[in-house]
Design a protein around this ligand. Structure first.
Ligand code: FAD
Length: 433
């Protein structure tokens, strides 16, 4: 239909550059009826970091992942490590107060710090590098970035932010496409996300968490001791944390309605000659533009250009996306005309109505984390910490963030995706003005 297809669901990792180069250690499926203090469902950044935070606090945790650790968005994303939680928390001032808005900004910094400390403390080999450029395609975008720099300075953002004009940006991005940018040398960067997720899973296990793969939860019984059932076993726990994100399906309809799964695609070139890599990204920064239908790109550790974008709010994937993505890449870097594409893959991200990550309780002992709206590599780390704090009876920060309201998408289970896709067409049209 219109050259669109459903995402291909594989039991193993999708055929991404990450999975091809770092598939990770396999874990056994759950094969018995067991008990734990806390059961975490979902082995992406949200679930793995919840397990790690809890295990480090001495809590007995079991994590069930339906496929492989990092199989979902966490193991196939653009690897852009960006601070900040969602968009414009000022909108919620009446609900969470001035202190709450301040907290959102603080957590937006802390999430990157957690990732930085975690990689250092557990010596995770995940190609983490610092340096990030928001780029402007139009003068209007550059004005937004100027405003962002002023706002961050007023909030005492702890990292330097450097506004770059067209010529200065050429030292960072070898393209004529941009009129300027905002360079963040130390507070944002890039990572191999699958390696990061796998390293964090190893750290959780070293701290005592029990992780099972190929263990899809088919049914949950809520109550004083929530119990989750897979095809071959069950886990009975005192607390439950749902971190299934865009792959939740209908496991928990109350929170499924608050997000829509949207697709986005990435292509990876063959390794570039050192001179060509230096020409297109001389400072090896991660880059993202300012449009609703944005492009994001960076170099892998072995000098491939990873170029992502093409967000589709129906959740479907364009059949010919490799050709479209290559065209987009060449519009920015025509010097890659003779360069081959070696990997191409898509993934599902969960979009919320207000674009703020969703964290909350379904019952006093039942929690969820979801809907990072395409910006979750770092923010998942702080949401996991908030839930771990709440489970360990320190819920002050969790209470503030979980008070942010999240409405269900109109249109119900079947119509909410096309309704959202239509709405987004309007914003995408604005990109062209
Ligand atoms: C292509 C792409 C590019 C992106 N680029 C960036 C980026 O550059 N920077 C950024 O900050 N963010 C990016 N994002 C968003 C980011 O990857 C996500 O916000 C983040 O990884 C969400 O992590 P998560 O753990 O909440 O969900 P996921 O990583 O999706 O994990 C959910 C897991 O739950 C499992 N699961 C689901 N149902 C069940 C069940 N019933 N039983 C057991 N397990 C189950 C799934 O198998 C899956 O592994 C991107 C997303 C995509 C898809």
């Amino acid at each position: 239909m219109f050259g669109l297809r459903f995402p291909i669901t594989t039991a193993e990792h999708t055929r991404s550059y990450y999975a091809a180069t770092a598939p990770g250690r396999k874990r056994a499926p759950l094969g018995a009826d067991i008990e734990a203090d806390v059961l975490v469902v979902g082995g992406g950044f949200s679930g793995v970091n919840t397990a790690l935070e809890l295990a480090e606090r001495g809590v007995d945790v079991v994590l069930l992942e339906g496929h492989r650790i990092g199989w979902g968005a966490s193991g196939r994303n653009g690897g852009q490590v960006i601070g900040g939680l969602g968009h414009d928390p000022e909108r919620f001032r009446r609900r969470i107060g001035a202190a709450g808005v301040r907290l959102v900004h603080e957590l937006g910094v802390e999430c990157v710090d957690i990732l930085r400390e975690r990689v250092a403390r557990h010596a995770i080999d995940c190609d983490l590098r610092w340096g990030y450029c928001d780029v402007a395609l139009k003068p209007r975008h550059l004005r937004w970035l100027q405003q962002e720099q002023r706002d961050q300075s007023a909030r005492n953002y702890p990292h330097e932010l450097v506004l770059l004009g067209r010529d200065e940006l050429r030292d960072f991005v070898g393209s004529d496409a941009y009129v300027g940018g905002l360079y963040n040398p130390g507070g944002a960067g890039q990572v191999n996300p699958l390696k990061l997720c796998q390293g964090e899973a190893e750290a959780a296990e070293a701290a005592g968490a029990r992780l099972f793969e190929m263990s899809r939860v088919e049914r949950i019984e809520h109550g004083a001791t929530p119990t989750a059932y897979t095809a071959q076993g069950s886990v009975r726990a005192r607390h439950l944390v749902l971190c299934a994100n865009a792959h939740l399906d209908n496991l928990e309809p109350r929170i499924a309605a608050r997000m829509i799964p949207a697709s986005t695609c990435i292509i990876a070139t063959e390794p570039l000659a050192p001179g060509l890599a230096r020409e297109i990204l001389p400072r090896d920064v991660a880059v993202c533009d300012q449009r609703t239908a944005l492009d994001y790109f960076r170099l892998s550790a072995d000098r491939r250009l990873l170029f992502g974008g093409l967000c589709n709010y129906t959740g479907l994937v364009q059949e010919n996306y490799v050709r479209i993505m290559r065209r987009k890449m060449l519009a920015i870097f025509p010097q890659l005309d003779a360069t081959g594409i070696e990997f191409a893959w898509d993934g599902q991200m969960a979009i919320g109505m207000n674009r703020m990550p969703q964290v909350g309780r379904l019952a006093p002992n039942s929690y969820y984390i979801q809907a990072f709206s395409g910006h979750g590599v770092a923010p998942t780390h702080i949401m996991a910490r908030l839930v771990a704090e709440a489970i360990c009876a320190e819920s002050r920060r969790f209470d503030v963030i979980s008070a942010i309201p999240h409405r269900a998408f109109p249109g119900g289970r079947y119509l909410r995706r096309p309704a959202m896709a239509l709405g987004m067409l309007y914003f995408k049209a604005l990109d062209y003005l």
